[in-house]
Design a protein around this ligand. Structure first.
Ligand code: B12
Length: 206
């Protein structure tokens, strides 16, 4: 039979070991300049930190995990602010374009390695072109029955109906959304997503 002290020691040892084996389960998507690079449907992936000392897992680890699962290239360079993702897939950051990320719809004001992840978070990495008005809004698509609602999200995560958005059903011709809403018929096997000029394409839904 275990003595209480031995039991406590065994428990403490177990707790010390667990973190290096445990992953955080989050949604990850990577939207490129012209197409989705990883996770159109915002899949759940198990993100682990490459180093037990660097836990908890962060938004850079999420990109690393997606890159492994999706076999796509990305590149990190060290800058005065810390590690900077200067390329994902084919396109390097240049001039007013580059790679940015959001967590749960909002753009963190710090580098990806500084943003710790919690289970259930949604991480979106995307190619962005910046102008005088700032960067592009992102699009979030939801479904209720046969109707879809698209909203734009700014860097603070504030949502507004995606006026002028188009609902795309597979590669079929798009359906104009009215105030970011449209209802469609059966489309078995095809994924649906929303697009809007100047905004990052939405997640895909069945
Ligand atoms: C232009 C710019 C960008 C462009 C860079 C385009 C390019 N060609 O590479 C884009 C829009 C892509 C960008 C992205 C981001 N940026 Co920025 N960016 C700037 C800005 C306005 C100017 C930088 C610059 O050109 N300096 C002049 C050149 C000569 O110096 P440089 O050292 O070579 O600059 C490079 C680095 O700064 C790097 N870089 C740019 N942003 C960031 C952010 C981080 C965390 C790191 C490590 C590096 C980095 O890109 C620059 C050009 O290659 C600064 C604000 C400022 N005044 O510094 C913010 C700034 C550096 N960015 C910031 C942030 C938070 C980000 C993002 C993390 C935002 C996000 N949530 O995604 C991302 C980076 C994500 C990633 N890819 O790893 C913060 C950093 C705060 C902090 N303490 O960490 C700053 C200070 C703005 C702010 N006040 O909030 N950024």
């Amino acid at each position: 039979m275990f003595r209480p002290v031995a039991l406590l020691v065994a428990l403490a040892a177990a707790l010390l070991i667990v973190p290096s084996a445990v992953a955080v389960r989050v949604h990850v998507r990577v939207e490129g300049k012209t197409r989705t690079i990883f996770g159109a449907v915002d899949p759940i992936v198990d993100v682990t930190s490459p180093s037990a000392n660097a836990q908890p897992e962060n938004a850079l680890d999420a990109l690393e995990t997606a890159s492994t699962l999706g076999e796509f290239f990305y590149h990190v360079t060290q800058t005065g602010f810390g590690p900077y993702i200067d390329q994902v897939g084919r396109f390097p950051a240049a001039g007013q374009t580059g790679w940015v990320f959001k967590v749960n719809g909002a753009s963190p004001p710090v580098g990806a390695d500084q943003v710790k992840l919690n289970a259930g978070d949604s991480i979106l990495w995307y190619w962005a072109q910046f102008g005088v008005a700032g960067g592009p809004k992102t699009l979030a698509l939801r479904r209720s029955g046969r109707c879809y609602t698209a909203q734009t999200q700014d860097d603070a995560g504030k949502t507004t109906p995606a006026n002028g958005a188009t609902l795309r059903v597979g590669s079929r011709r798009g359906v104009a959304m009215s105030r970011g809403r449209a209802c469609i018929g059966a489309h078995r096997g095809l994924l649906v997503r929303a697009t809007l000029d100047g905004a990052v394409r939405s997640n895909a839904l069945p």
